[in-house]
Write a protein that binds this ligand. Structure first.
Ligand SMILES: [Cu+2]
Length: 463
């Protein structure tokens, strides 16, 4: 079994990545040999009565698997990658190669933008943030707004003949995120460039937010606009196993948390009332192909607190504390299949769990960032088009903030080994290279957030 998988992976990697395979070959194939072990356990059918939910989970953003052990997880994630081998030689790239560095300061900024916790904003400030998201939907190639030229990206909807929509600066981010999955493990995106399940996870999303933040600021005419973040621990104000998060939702801004009665529960409230609609989504079993791309207008979907196969609530402070004991940024084989007691910071924060978390969280992908996605449900959980819900960007603001805190600790430690690459000890230097779809930026360009002109109002207390 593992030999077959290795052949598939080799096929996907193809000639363009032979050098890369040479460098990380041992780790890469060690990882996928282990995937074979998990696959042979054949647990993907053992999802029981919860089959529908499980199918949704299989195609989710996090590669979460609903049942069983780490080994079955390990097998299924790799199995999905295997199933895509050779299928998508001609996906489209929605980005613009060589595009300007959105959001990058041209000189050291005199003042830094301060990203604040969503729950500390006044109602009017929350509304203004939502207005900025809505404004991006209105920046089209024809609108003539500043930045409208950047809305001229290639869209899956056009390329696949599914009917177009008016391309705009918001849906660029949705398409870029879908594309990040479809291109996984292709010649265009080797393992070390994967925006998910690899070392670039944090850098790629940091850059995505940086660009979006600059676009939002431009759209509302405020160059100092700072994107707020969702402090996951705020939801525990609702109780020890929160089923909702009153700190996050509101009919006057982000809208309703949705309902558990309906898997396609639509967001109601200001966001939807102002005409914020999904234009391009991804549904279906295979997040690594274009087969599940859907192009139809509809409201955002949410099912907050409805997932039953993870602990209730987003990551709590105990879970968050766990990341600060991870001394190494990332470790071989640098993938989402890897599980080890010494799991790296990136793997832990992305949500591929250490074995010691199995009892509370049996599935790789339901820890940390993955768990937050599951808590929101709907578009954020069930699709690679997770950025369709603006909450996605607040969620990733928290991920970025936790990385910032971890970086600060490692820089402060004074240990020269820990200071390598601006506080990313263990960062695989050979892979600090260009980001997928944004080749104008290297991962190492975004390591130092202060040089990028922003900071967080607070960093979490460390254990
Ligand atoms: Cu993502």
């Amino acid at each position: 079994m593992s030999a077959t998988i290795e052949e598939h992976i080799k096929m996907r990697i193809s000639h363009g990545f032979r050098v890369l395979v040479g460098v990380v070959g041992v780790g890469l194939f060690a990882g996928h040999a282990a995937c074979g072990d998990g696959t042979s356990a054949g647990t993907d059918a053992s999802t029981g009565a919860d089959a529908n939910t499980s199918t949704d989970a299989n195609m989710s953003d996090m590669g979460h698997m609903p049942d069983g052990t780490v080994n079955s997880q390990h097998g299924q994630i790799c199995k999905m990658l295997e199933s895509t081998a050779g299928k998508n030689p001609g996906y489209v790239i929605p980005g613009v190669a060589g595009a300007p560095r959105w959001g990058f300061p041209t000189a050291p900024p005199a003042t830094r933008r301060v990203r604040k916790s969503w729950s500390t904003l006044a109602e009017a400030e929350k509304k203004r943030v939502v207005d900025a998201f809505i404004a991006l939907k209105r920046v089209t190639t024809k609108s003539g707004d500043p930045g409208s030229a950047r809305a001229g990206y290639k869209s899956f909807c056009d390329e696949l003949g599914l009917g177009g929509y008016e391309r705009n600066l918001y849906d660029f981010y949705v398409e870029a995120h879908v594309n990040a999955y479809i291109a996984m493990m292709t010649p265009q995106q080797g393992m070390m460039q994967m925006p998910h399940k690899g070392p670039h996870f944090l850098a790629w999303h940091r850059y995505l937010l940086l660009r979006l933040e600059a676009d939002m600021g431009e759209a509302i005419g405020d160059r100092n606009f700072a994107l707020p973040y969702w402090d996951w621990t705020d939801c525990y104000k609702d109780g020890p196993s929160p089923k909702t998060c009153t700190a996050l939702f509101g009919s006057g801004h982000l809208g309703s948390p949705g309902s558990c009665d309906d898997a396609t529960s639509s967001v109601t409230g200001y966001l939807t009332d102002q005409g914020f609609m999904v234009n391009v989504a991804q549904e279906g079993r295979d997040p690594f192909s274009t087969a599940g791309v859907k192009c139809a207008k509809r409201p955002v979907r949410r099912n907050v607190g409805c997932s039953t196969d993870i602990p209730a609530g987003p990551p709590d402070s105990a879970a968050i504390n766990g990341i600060f004991s991870r001394a190494v940024y990332d470790s071989a084989p640098y993938d989402g299949c890897y599980t080890d007691d010494a799991v790296s910071f990136r793997q832990y924060l992305e949500g591929f769990n250490d074995k010691d978390l199995v009892p509370i969280c049996v599935a790789a992908g339901c820890g940390m960032h993955g768990r937050a996605h599951f808590f929101i449900g709907g578009d954020v959980q069930k699709s690679t088009a997770a950025p369709n819900d603006p909450i996605f960007f607040l969620l990733h603001g928290e991920v970025d903030r936790l990385w910032a805190a971890w970086q600060e600790d490692n820089i402060k430690s004074g240990d020269p080994k820990r200071m390598v690459d601006s506080g990313n000890p263990g960062y695989p230097k050979d892979y600090a290279g260009p980001l997928f779809n944004f080749s104008e930026v290297k991962a190492s360009d975004v390591f130092d957030l202060k040089a990028l002109g922003y900071e967080y109002d607070t960093l979490p207390a460390r254990p």
